[in-house]
Design a protein around this ligand. Structure first.
Ligand SMILES: O=C(O)CCC(=O)C(=O)O
Length: 253
């Protein structure tokens, strides 16, 4: 779902400053998600809201959590994590089709990611989705560049269908977006994104929220992102009631 001009220019400027500070000083969790011979550069970083003042202010003071809370039809919206995704001009690396939830440590249906660009993004570089795929099933998460099954064991979930080979067979939707616009999606929705051509950067801040029915699902493998030590603090099946995941919005209804 795309909401046009949902955020003010001031909120977008705040995020832009947060992303620029993050790129200048990436955390130990940052990953380069493009190949060394890529003419551009795809940088991701995660879970920086505690150190990055602009991210923190945006998460706590903007209407992002209220939007997620109402889309989830939840009484509360809890922060899950922040995720910065920057593709520099000329980045060839596509983001392959995937669902997010199988990489995570959570079960439950009330969840919402907001993908918030701070640069104009052409349709071919923007996120695209398979409409309705949030109803499941869960599909095999694989590493983006070498397609390894590093999460669920090989064979335990079906692989994704060959979407790119037969795009006309799938209800694909996506939008060209401008700063101020936001794309909201469920963590089981199949999605992908193209590379970036021309001279335009594609800086994006994504913030992920959890609703009332979400429970901790510790994994035997490293989730992406990882929350080191969390399994000692939260038992399996517990609500995500932990300082890492503050409740940032409560419904007034
Ligand atoms: O921005 C991208 O290229 C991919 C984003 C994505 O997969 C996500 O936000 O879950």
């Amino acid at each position: 779902m795309c909401f046009r001009q949902f955020f003010t220019p001031q909120e977008i400027e705040l995020l832009r400053s947060g992303i620029d500070a993050n790129i200048a000083n990436p955390s130990p969790r940052a990953k380069v998600a493009s190949r060394p011979d890529d003419p551009g550069w795809f940088l991701e970083d995660f879970c920086n809201w505690q150190e990055n003042e602009a991210y923190r202010k945006f998460i706590f003071d903007s209407p992002a959590a209220a939007l997620a809370g109402s889309l989830m039809r939840s009484k509360t919206a809890r922060l899950y994590h922040d995720h910065m995704l920057t593709k520099e001009p000329g980045t060839r690396q596509k983001t392959p089709w995937h669902q997010d939830q199988p990489y995570y440590n959570i079960d439950g249906f009330q969840n919402c990611s907001l993908w918030i660009p701070v640069d104009p993004v052409a349709r071919e570089s923007s996120l695209e989705f398979i409409a309705g795929s949030h109803r499941g099933p869960w599909l095999m998460p694989r590493s983006f560049m070498d397609h390894q099954a590093k999460w669920f064991p090989e064979g335990s979930l079906n692989d994704l269908p060959a979407i790119e080979a037969n795009r006309a067979a799938f209800p694909i939707c996506g939008w060209e977006v401008q700063p101020g616009d936001v794309i909201a999606f469920h963590m089981l929705t199949l999605h992908s994104a193209g590379g970036v051509s021309g001279s335009q950067r594609r800086r994006v801040f994504s913030v992920r929220f959890l609703g009332d029915d979400i429970r901790h699902a510790p994994r035997r493998w490293k989730t992406s992102p990882e929350f080191p030590g969390l399994t000692d603090a939260l038992p399996p099946g517990a609500p995500m009631d932990h300082a890492l995941f503050p409740v940032v919005w409560t419904s007034s209804l």
